[in-house]
Design a protein around this ligand. Structure first.
Ligand code: SAM
Length: 379
């Protein structure tokens, strides 16, 4: 026991406590309480009793790792990866949880986010029938990651980083990585060809692409199903990356329609220009989204697809979009809390969530991908 615990003082790094593990919080942590503080615990599962060791203390948060499980959850399984343990690789949070239970936990996080930050009522959330769907290809939750960022220490050692740390753990094989990128390799990766439906993208390692092999196709299918783009219509694809959604919106609206794809990275636009060269109805704009919407007096489109980075679109972009009174907005999100916050902002402008689909695009981690379609009330 550390000195601080013996004195009854505030919790300190290294202190150990036996706690009951409560509900999951966003970020792959589970809530527990000790010494009047709320603890965010990794390597645990709701319902367990565990000995935890404090890893970080600040005025806002106490983080801890479960180091001994005294009463195990029925959802606990042996981690497939030997590097997934307290103090080990920081890449995966859920290796110790059965895959079906991982998806239920992600559904709970999404549900809580929609209630707390999206301000949706119980009945509204129930009506959305939230579940997190398994993606095809990897029923064991392994070998799905098509790109990796291996780290190299100053002494040349390679590996992956520990949780919230620059320390490099000497991981020699990553089990969630696809065969071919699963062993340390810090050499520049040659350009890789990705095919979605029958269209191809040629991408370098710095170009954005969804990391789960099956996710681009699942997202395209869902976006097109939710958007229902029709020949002759006009759509915006905001935060367009290499033009994944713009391509299939462009095919659907046809030569008489128009898609404006907006992306701040010139790299992304170059990728899109090559992949979508046969779709002159797709106009590519290298620009910040907010600046592009503000810059010109655009005609309001029939619909908007937006796929912002982790922080979400935020108040300025939401109000710029909402001002156009577009009937349909399809929102692709990798962060449920950022999505929920933006849903609350859209709700102030008359939009309601009509349908939502979530995917387990990052098995063994707490991450998930969600697509929501928002419609202007009365549409
Ligand atoms: C989550 S990715 C989506 C890419 C694309 N929709 C896809 O699925 O391949 C977000 C993209 O937004 C771009 N981005 C980030 N901030 C931006 C901004 N303020 N304005 C325009 N694009 C931005 C990033 O470069 C990145 O390509």
């Amino acid at each position: 026991m550390s000195q601080s615990a013996a004195n009854g003082a505030a919790l300190s790094v290294g202190d150990e406590r036996v706690v009951d593990i409560g509900t999951i919080a966003h970020g792959g942590h589970f809530i527990a309480h000790a010494d009047g503080r709320t603890l965010f615990v990794r390597h645990a599962i709701t319902g367990e009793r565990a000995r935890v060791r404090v890893t970080e203390v600040s005025s806002k948060v106490v983080r801890a790792d479960a180091i001994e499980i005294l009463e195990a959850s029925p959802d606990r399984v042996p981690a497939p990866c030997p590097w997934a343990h307290p103090g080990g690789c920081g890449g995966c949070d859920f290796q110790h949880i059965a895959l079906a239970a991982q998806r239920e936990l992600k559904a709970r996080v999404l549900t809580d986010a929609l209630r707390r930050f999206g301000r949706l009522g119980h009945a509204q959330v129930e009506a959305l029938g939230i579940e997190v769907r398994e993606l095809p290809g990897h029923p064991d939750g392994l070998h799905w990651r098509t790109r990796m960022r291996w780290a190299t220490a100053s002494d040349g050692r390679t590996g992956l980083r520990a949780h919230r740390s620059h320390e490099i753990i000497p991981v020699d094989r990553c089990l969630i990585a696809a065969v071919g990128v699963d062993v340390p390799d810090t050499a520049p990766v040659p350009k890789v060809l990705h095919t979605v439906r029958d269209r191809q993208w040629r991408l370098g390692s710095e170009d954005f692409w969804q990391v789960h092999a099956a996710l681009p196709e699942a997202l395209v299918d869902t976006v097109v199903e939710f958007a229902q783009p029709q020949p002759g219509q006009s759509w915006w694809d905001l935060y367009a990356g290499g033009g994944l959604f713009a391509a299939f919106l462009g095919e659907a609206v046809g030569a008489t329609g128009r898609v404006d794809a907006v992306e701040s990275s010139a790299h992304g636009i170059r990728v899109a220009r090559r992949a979508l060269h046969d779709l002159p109805q797709v106009r590519l704009h290298t620009s910040d989204v907010e600046a592009w919407i503000d810059a010109t007096d655009h005609d309001a489109p029939d619909g908007i697809v937006l796929d912002p980075p982790r922080a979400g679109a935020g108040p300025a972009v939401v109000s710029a979009i909402a001002a156009a009174e577009v009937p349909t907005i399809v929102y692709v999100a990798c962060d449920p809390v950022a999505l929920a916050r933006d849903i609350a902002l859209f709700a102030q402008r008359g939009y309601r969530v009509a349908a939502l689909r979530a995917f387990d695009a990052f098995p063994m981690t707490h991450h998930l991908e969600t697509v929501a379609v928002l419609r202007l009330s009365g549409e």
